[in-house]
Write a protein that binds this ligand. Structure first.
Ligand code: AMP
Length: 209
């Protein structure tokens, strides 16, 4: 699943994976988990993440491929936020050669103004990672996740400076992958400005094609 920060990848990846009954992983969540456990990888990734930079390809590819190898036999899976560079996309293609390659690249497209608005008010559940927004989708109980009741927090890299950096990195490093997957004939683009249900339904339609 491709898209700029704030496009709704996390929200939609959870819904699509649930509907298809496949496991999913977000590379950002894997990094945050390493940080919470204070592993060497977590420490290596921390500075890049705090600045809004990408973590170097070799570290990222190794970490995500470990996850892929552990889940490859499960009838499919969904990756959220990976690949984000051409080198990562090529590594994924190599990994998937024997199982016939990846089926779809889902691109959630959202204009920049809307992305800034979303990221500035974003809160995330510490337990299940479900995001909500203080204005457009406020939680029923302040500070608590509607889905699981976990505590909500704001990400360190959702501050104005890091957001600007992350969007710049997206347009430079990740947006070229849209063309890469379009040329491969597997890109499906969905307008990410709409209701969560509407965008989710559009994504599922493209997967079912
Ligand atoms: P995310 O939760 O997807 O917004 O990712 C948070 C941060 O984790 C990014 O700003 C990067 O620093 C790092 N990260 C996540 N996925 C990748 C990736 N595929 N390649 C490099 N860095 C990544």
């Amino acid at each position: 699943m491709l898209g700029p920060p704030g496009a709704g990848k996390g929200t939609q990846a959870a819904r699509v994976a649930e509907s298809l009954s496949v496991p999913k992983v977000a590379s950002g969540d894997l990094f945050r988990d390493h940080q919470a456990r204070d592993t060497e990888l977590g420490r290596l990734a921390r500075t890049c993440m705090e600045r809004g930079d990408l973590v170097p390809d070799d570290i990222t590819i190794r970490m995500v491929m470990e996850w892929v190898e552990a889940h490859e036999g499960e009838g499919g899976f969904l990756l959220d936020g990976f690949p984000r560079t051409l080198a990562q996309a090529e590594a994924l293609d190599r990994e998937m050669v024997e199982s016939g390659g990846i089926d779809r690249a889902l691109y959630i497209n959202v204009n920049t103004e809307e992305l800034y608005r979303r990221l500035a008010g974003r809160w995330i559940c510490r337990s299940c990672q479900t995001p909500c927004h203080e204005h457009s989708s406020p939680p029923a109980v302040a500070g608590k996740c509607d889905r699981c009741g976990g505590d909500l927090y704001q990400r360190d890299d959702d501050n104005a400076e890091a957001v600007q950096k992350r969007l710049g990195v997206f347009f430079k490093e990740t947006e070229p992958l849209v063309q890469f997957y379009r040329e491969a004939g597997i890109l499906r683009e969905v307008d990410g400005v709409g209701t969560v249900d509407g965008v989710g339904a559009a994504l599922l339609e493209t997967v079912a094609e």
